[in-house]
Design a binder for this molecule. Structure first.
Ligand SMILES: [Ca+2]
Ligand SMILES: [Ca+2]
Ligand SMILES: [Ca+2]
Length: 265
């Protein structure tokens, strides 16, 4: 058993060194964070006693957003989180061994690498950090949540690299010149980095949906995609890191489900 754990540790160190030299590790189509709890140092605790949490660092502190129980070898993984400041935290169920360790994308460039790692203790380590770079596919799925009918109530999607949002406009309506009278769906988000943003709005049923990109206060229209007809709408915008926006979606006529794809390269 001890030999096995030593092997795991050496394997971890090798992967860590590899990610150091290569910057980000192998490419992937989804954000994946995998590591192993160094259970050799948790005397009297088996891996099934441990809970590993994916935490998001926020201005107000840390929030646990996902959790897993590691396998027999202490290995764990999280899939499908978005970019930002993330870390890993581990503790036993009983709470007697609240050992913390983790990493974050410290320079917030959308790439996790060894220089971003923050070691909270030596009781664990992250051995494999893999997130898509430019050209990767959409990595985070979100679902629209009402009420989101004005700038104040806009649904906050957080910091975005690539997101897909599934939503519904429950009813439509429009009076000229530019007054949408149906269900208004507004989303707030920030750009993960300086780059070029593409937003596509598509829907399956017979309706005419439009979208507008506003500044963070919801006052100025920065870009619009409001053609008539059933075709998907697209808009493009150069963005700055941390720049904040509000996206407005509405139907001119009929109710419809929709998908918003936001991608910043
Ligand atoms: Ca809605
Ligand atoms: Ca709404
Ligand atoms: Ca339209």
């Amino acid at each position: 058993m001890k030999l096995k754990l030593v092997n795991i540790c050496l394997f971890s160190i090798a992967l860590l060194l590899l990610s150091c030299f290569e910057g980000t590790g192998p490419s992937a189509t989804e954000n994946v964070l995998a590591g192993a709890v160094n259970s050799a140092e948790l005397i009297g605790v088996s891996s099934s006693d441990i809970q590993v949490y994916l935490v998001e660092f926020q201005t107000t502190g840390m929030a646990r957003i996902d959790s897993v129980v590691p396998n027999y070898a202490g290995e764990y993984s999280f899939v499908g989180f978005d970019f930002g400041n993330y870390g890993v935290e581990a503790s036993t169920y009983s709470g007697f061994y609240p050992y913390y360790y983790g990493f974050r994308d410290g320079d917030r460039n959308g790439v996790f690498n060894s220089s971003d790692a923050i070691l909270f203790s030596s009781y664990g380590h992250v051995n494999y950090i893999n997130v898509p770079l430019y050209g990767g596919s959409a990595d985070t799925i979100r679902y629209e949540s009402e009420p989101n009918d004005d700038a104040f109530g806009a649904q906050n999607l957080g910091i975005i690299h690539a997101n897909r949002v599934y939503g519904d406009v429950s009813f439509g309506g429009f009076t000229t010149p530019d007054n949408y009278t149906g269900d208004l769906d507004l989303f707030r988000f920030q750009s993960v980095w300086t780059g070029y943003m593409t937003i596509e709005l598509s829907w399956p049923s017979s309706a005419d949906l439009d979208m507008y990109l506003y500044d963070s206060g919801g006052y100025s229209v920065l870009a619009r995609a409001a053609s008539s007809g059933l075709s998907p709408e697209r808009l493009y915008k150069s963005v700055y890191r941390d720049e904040e926006f509000i996206l407005f979606v509405a139907s001119v006529d009929n109710p419809s489900s929709y998908i918003i794809s936001i991608r910043i390269d």
